[in-house]
Design a protein around this ligand. Sequence first.
Ligand code: FUL
Length: 448
Amino acid sequence: MKKIILLLTTVFALTNSWAQKISVNPPVPAARQLQWQQMEFYLFVHFGPNTFTDLEWGKGTEPEDVFNPTHLDCGQWCRIAKAAGAKGIILTAKHHDGFCLWPSKYSTHTVAQSKWKNGKGDVLLELRDSCKKYGLKMGVYLSPWDRNHPEYGTPAYNDVFVNMMKEVVQRYGPFFEFWWDGANGEGPNGKKQVYDWCRFENTMRAIAPKTVLFSDIGPDARWVGNEKGFAGDPNWDLLDTAGFTRGIGAPSNDTLNHGNVNGKNWIPAECDVSIRPGWFYHKEEDEKVKSPEQLFELYLKSVGRGANLLLNVPPDRDGLIDAHDSAALVGFKKLRDESFDNTIAEKKFNTASSTYTIPLPSTQKINCIVLKEDIATGQKISSFTIVLQQNDNTVKEIKGNTVGNKRILTFPSTEADAIKVIINNAKATPLLNDVSVYSIDEKLIEKD
Ligand code: FUL
């Protein structure tokens, strides 16, 4: 009885202190952000003149004929994405060299001026149709920096960029995500552009209100502060953007990596990383494709820390994903399936508590626990402890900070017959709505 009273008092005290901390308007995700967060993992495709010139940043002076994929098959990209368990594909419709992978009315540096398919080719159209066929969502990367466009560096270029956004949304949308690169270098006349971000954002909101808008500082999803594919720990879905601008005016990489604990805006992190050293395909990197194990580690450090994973897989000069990359992707999927298909125990909760108990069906070795926080009403948990128990005795304690959409914790295999998750600190009354327990291959356990 004494124990019960003590427990009730503790629960009440915690709940009460959380209640006092509830801010009047805590930032919450919009419906488009919640849907996006559930996608967790999707592919990035860097493709364009650089694929054929072996550059990472094209100069903008490359003849259009350089772009000539002999066997382009977006269906192959989609089949590989599906086999990898990715939920969508974001294509670099225009990189810094300004070359448009669709026949834009607003540029003379596009597929229409190339000899590829006698100027009748359209990569965006092919990808749109393939994504539809294979049930994948499509997204577009459009670089405002344009090293080719004659108007770049003048106010007229902002009209060009707005027109291009409208053109791709109307012809090839809807998109689940629109990716703005903050890079802002010089154009063909040596001038830098003053981007009209406010207009860009208003345009997209008006024509594509369900599309998640990405840039280093959002408004809907933020850059994670590195191109290595890992989110910070802690990782808040919140960011303060007042006083900051996109590109070089963004907050520090460290802030982008962790978010702001009391940030005013809901802007979760997306981890962009390439399966190869470069973003574009280079034959000499064929042997440097990340292994399934390395990809799994990235998964733990991105999706497993509440962020989304945007994994770049660049097609080669044929217009196809190379066998090295597809093998790594299939291997990565296999590791995820082997790890998470055999759930030892899982419990769903629908009421908030400071302690969640999950009994295991028997005493057994475990080394991985997945927590999910109900983020629809905001992200709240800032500190938790997982207690592994055997015969009611504590055998191991694992401490963590934020949870968010998903938190995957791995630890050396330990025998247990129950686990307890204790919420030590939260910004407001939190709900952990799912806790599941696994035993994964020991070699996949996070190293640091
Ligand atoms: C950067 C670009 O400069 C790289 O080429 C690449 O596209 C990466 C995803 O974003 O800002």
